[in-house]
Design a protein around this ligand. Structure first.
Ligand SMILES: C[S@@+](CC[C@H](N)C(=O)[O-])C[C@H]1O[C@@H](n2cnc3c(N)ncnc32)[C@H](O)[C@@H]1O
Length: 212
């Protein structure tokens, strides 16, 4: 789990950058998302699918998902939770691992866009198991995040080189990820490298998985 300092650092980072996210929403939209279509297609196989967005952020993806189902969110950033009200998306304010979400029922689809790399190495598995616990069998999981060619580790880094906002995140590679998610019994449906990162060590990737 996070130390108090880690949790406060990450929460502060998103509280401070929430308005920037909203301003840049249309920019991010361009990159939404190589396999979001696959995720949505898989979900149309369920009747009125229930979809949970972890780390709802500026709500732009969650709002798109409303076209195909009933959408819920969770986020620890109060500004994003406030924003979700404008989109009429029920959103729990809380830290994902430490918040009890049993009361909101089960989901056919869960979306983790730029979310799971914000957990420590041994918490990623906890997060995936928690995801499984609120997902119907055969449910569909979207995961999109940066991958690194090199070592695995938990680092504190400036969010953007020219900002004062620090954030902790996990540096990990595709082999590590594939092992963890396979161990947690998700089957890969698609995986695409989306954007080149700003440094040679980093790529972005999106993927869709089925709970087995
Ligand atoms: C990098 S942003 C991604 C936002 C959105 N999913 C997107 O793709 O634009 C990460 C989001 O997850 C939230 N978040 C990060 N760690 C969290 C945690 N442990 N529990 C709940 N929310 C968290 C942040 O407040 C932020 O909205």
């Amino acid at each position: 789990m996070y130390t108090e300092e880690e949790l406060n650092t990450n929460k502060r980072c998103y509280e401070m950058s929430a308005s920037k996210y909203q301003e840049n929403s249309s920019l991010y939209e361009k990159n939404d998302r190589a396999v979001l279509g696959n995720f949505m297609y898989e979900l149309t196989k369920f009747k009125n699918p229930r979809i949970l967005v972890l780390g709802i952020g500026d709500c732009r993806v969650a709002n798109k998902l409303k076209e195909i189902g009933e959408v819920y969110g969770i986020d620890f950033c109060s500004k994003f939770v406030e924003l979700s009200k404008k989109y009429d998306i029920p959103c729990i304010e809380g830290e994902f691992l430490s918040t009890n979400i049993d009361g909101i029922g089960k989901f056919h689809g869960i979306l983790c866009a730029s979310f799971l790399h914000l957990f420590k190495e041994y918490d990623v598995k906890k997060a995936l198991n928690k995801i499984r616990s609120v997902m119907y069998d055969g449910g569909i999981l979207f995961v999109g995040q940066p991958l690194f060619k090199n070592d695995i580790g938990w680092i504190k880094e400036k969010k953007k080189s020219n900002s004062n906002q620090y954030r902790y995140h996990l540096v990990h590679n595709l082999d590590w990820w594939t092992d963890i998610i396979t161990e947690c019994k998700f089957l890969n449906i698609s995986l695409v490298k989306t954007l080149d990162g700003t440094d040679d060590n980093k790529i972005w990737w999106d993927s869709v998985w089925k709970k087995i």
